[in-house]
Design a protein around this ligand. Sequence first.
Ligand code: 3PG
Length: 211
Amino acid sequence: SSPTVLDTLAQHRLVPVVVVDGADQGLGLADALIAGGLPVAEITLRTAGGLDAIRAVAAERPDVVVGAGTVTTAAQVDDVVGAGARYIVSPGLSRAVVERAQEHGVPVLPGVATATDVMTALDLGVETVKLFPASVVGGPAALKALAAPFPGVRFVPTGGVSADNLPDYLALKPVLAVGGSWMVAKGLVDAGDWAEITRRTTEAVDLTKES
Ligand code: 3PG
């Protein structure tokens, strides 16, 4: 059978967290990520153009595993699924968001920061979660401690990750993939510096192969 979306994220081990103003930037960024060997993008709804960017990348770059980030309401789940998002990421754990994503049959990674959050996710049938903001809650040591009581749970630490600390997260067994914006920084996108985005992406992909 074909791999699931979560299998694909686990295979790449990286989830670039993308902030773009619209379709053109989304497509430029998708091409820069593809050139760097990472056909994965979590396009956030932080900007008004995020939804258009998801729609454009889903339609025009079908090889990119495109998801939606910063999804905080059930209505946004409907919007991003309609636009073609293949997975949903949220900064926190909302029952409404999780249940709506499940109704659509689309994987959802709610944000967790505590053991209570993890238990709520498990109650909702979710075993893959985003640890957010990973650096603020204590970094790799916090992830290790939080994961210990929950052997079936897989984490996507996000928030404050860079090329410097990426290997520390990748070294942890419960880590499915690591998320972050460092390789796709908004300043680089606005400057159209696709070459630097591709360079950082290649560097990160190389780190996943060494870890
Ligand atoms: C997110 O939305 O997941 C975070 O903004 C990503 O965190 P970072 O910008 O610190 O990588």
